[in-house]
Design a protein around this ligand. Structure first.
Ligand SMILES: C[S@@+](CC[C@H](N)C(=O)[O-])C[C@H]1O[C@@H](n2cnc3c(N)ncnc32)[C@H](O)[C@@H]1O
Length: 385
């Protein structure tokens, strides 16, 4: 990948380009960086690149003629004649996210245009392919945004990171279905009373994988409901598809008014039957999703009026049967699933035996048979905690 950086301050990149994976990418010739300053095309004795805004107002605006001359000169001497995809860095652009990073990293050449002062003459926009913002805040220049993009792209270039696995499993990755990463721990096993979860030191890979998956879902829902909603919608859609394509006895729940019915989708992957609950009025019904990954039957709870009903989620990953509770009126009902704050038969099934957990009542976050089942016995619970 080649990056052409249009900036008045190329020196700002010195330490950045000489550090860590960016330096390694350049060294390995996976990443090439060219700089060009608009100053080279500036006007008059002072090589001016900006001017006062028409109509008055504070500050200076970067000139379109100077900037476009700079862009075109980069195109003219582009290595192998490969012209770069032009990106204007501006707080008015589309927010940068991992899918945009992936798209940029897949391009052979990208031009990053760093503004200064009060920004760009509006007519510059007609000469770029895309506008990107680092977020809803304003910096003094585009250089930090350019560094963020280069840094995020370089770790996606094959051969730069060394461990491609870590790119696949982390937050926002496609393979992780857009979820945040599960919690990570390293030594010491105990720090000031905070222990590493016992499941991680138990050595049972399937249990660890199920726990991590569950934690990723819970964490995403708690911290980033926006990402969680997208994930839930995708899961529901792919679940329904799963029923159609594999269809070993799984029944998707029906949808009430506006909800996304849980599908029995992934439940078919290795198991037998999975009956997902249906959605009530506006929630996302839990699906019998991962519940079947190694188990037998799992019946996901349905969502009541507005919550996200728990499904039989990860509960079945190593267990036998689990009937997840449904969500009541407004909470995120516990199910047996990976996604509920609520109890349910969730964790309970990870250690094997069956648990019929209660669902959440009116307020969500219901306790269920959850942790008690980690020890392998059955737990029956049907109340809020
Ligand atoms: C002070 S800002 C100009 C802001 C502009 N007056 C506006 O309100 O949109 C100067 C330059 O910093 C860069 N910049 C500032 N905030 C940014 C952000 N959130 N994302 C990307 N670039 C940003 C842009 O290149 C911008 O042209």
């Amino acid at each position: 990948m080649r990056v052409d950086i249009v900036t008045l301050f190329p020196e700002a990149f010195e330490g950045f380009l000489a550090t860590s994976f960016v330096a390694r990418g350049i060294e390995a010739q996976k990443l090439g960086v060219r700089f060009r300053s608009p100053r080279e095309f500036g006007l008059g004795k002072h090589k001016s690149v900006d001017d006062t805004p028409y109509g008055g107002g504070s500050g200076m605006v970067m000139r379109v003629d100077v900037l476009v001359a700079c862009f075109e000169s980069l195109d003219l001497d582009a290595p192998d004649g490969v012209k770069a995809h032009r990106v204007l860095l501006t707080p008015q652009g589309a927010p940068l996210d991992q899918s945009r990073v992936r798209a940029l990293a897949a391009r052979p050449a990208v031009m990053l245009v760093c503004g200064r002062y009060e920004g760009f003459d509006e007519r510059v926009r007609a000469h770029v392919d895309e506008e990107i913002s680092l977020g809803d805040f304003v910096m003094t220049g585009g250089e930090v945004a350019a560094m963020a993009i280069v840094d995020a792209c370089v770790r996606l270039l094959p051969g730069v990171l060394g461990n491609e696995e870590s790119v696949r499993e982390e937050s926002h990755s496609t393979e992780n279905e857009g979820l945040l990463e599960y919690p990570q721990y390293t030594r010491p096993a105990e720090f000031r009373g905070a222990d590493v979860p016992a499941i991680l030191t138990g050595g049972h890979h399937a249990h660890i994988a199920a726990w991590r998956r569950e934690q990723a879902v819970v964490r995403t829902r708690e911290r980033r409901p926006d990402l969680y909603e997208r994930y839930a919608a995708r899961t529901a859609a792919s679940g329904a598809a799963g029923v159609r394509t594999r269809g070993r006895g799984g029944r998707a729940g029906g949808s009430g008014n506006a909800g996304n019915a849980g599908g029995a989708g992934n439940s078919e992957s290795a198991g037998s039957s999975g009956n997902a609950g249906g959605a009530g009025s506006s929630g996302n019904a839990g699906s019998a999703g991962n519940s079947e990954s190694a188990g037998s039957s799992g019946n996901g709870g349905g969502a009541g009026s507005s919550g996200n009903g728990g499904g039989a989620g990860n509960s079945e990953s190593a267990g036998s049967s689990g009937n997840g509770g449904g969500a009541g009126s407004s909470g995120n009902g516990g199910g047996a699933g990976s996604s509920g704050n609520g109890g349910g038969a969730g964790n309970s099934e990870s250690a094997g035996s069956s648990g019929n957990a209660g669902g959440a009542g009116n307020s969500g976050n219901a306790g269920g048979a959850g942790s008690s089942e980690n020890t392998g016995s059955a737990g029956h619970s049907g109340k809020d905690e």
